[in-house]
Design a protein around this ligand. Sequence first.
Ligand SMILES: [Zn+2]
Length: 254
Amino acid sequence: MAKRLLVGVLAALLALSACSSPPPPSSEPPGQPNPAPGAVKPPAPNAPYPFGTVQQKAPEIKDGKVGVVRRIHTDKPYVFITMDDGAVRDPAAQSLIQQSGGHPVLFLNNRYVKGHEAYFKAILESTGSVLGDHTVNHPNLKGKPLAFQQKEICDNADAYQQSLGVRPTLFRPPFGIYDENTLKAAALCGMRVAVLWSAAVNDGHVQFQSGDRLRPGDIVLMHFRKTFKEDYEAFIAQAKKDGLTPVPLADFLG
Ligand SMILES: [Zn+2]
């Protein structure tokens, strides 16, 4: 009888300590309201760095060519989401990004933005997202003359400056395919860096370049598609499962 009572008391104590111990910071996306007493105070939405802020630099522009970044070298449990093209405009995207605090970079093509500026402007202005250049028409740039590539990249940046009031400095080549002229054209158009990716989300599934989990510094690719909600939620869930917090990629490519 006494033993059973003791077990009961121990179980109650354990449950209590589980409640009052702070959750690991990465298990909470930034900006979650009402933390449990004693929990680590979540950062403000504008300060999404539970493990300290980071200001990392993009690789230097060398010989007139921007550097290429596939993932970020960091020992902190941070991960990055990027959303490409803009072909399908899910009305829920703005609130999904706002609620989760994912801080994406939007690599958009002006062929999809044109005529839908208000949709993308609302996301950029309300979610802390950053706009990236992804060319006007999404061609395969590899092997194309420098002038062609420059026009695709520069015209896209010029269009955003006019229609969205932002000139991007992060560039992603369509399909992730590029050559030396692409890197030159990007630099000539005022880009700081070419950004590829190290994981992707398709049809609600996160696909890893290696292994079975997201790693610190991974740059994840998804698209404005019909499956936006499934894809974004899959990313957020995977990041949480792997103990990673999504933070703004631009802060690592200053
Ligand atoms: Zn694309």
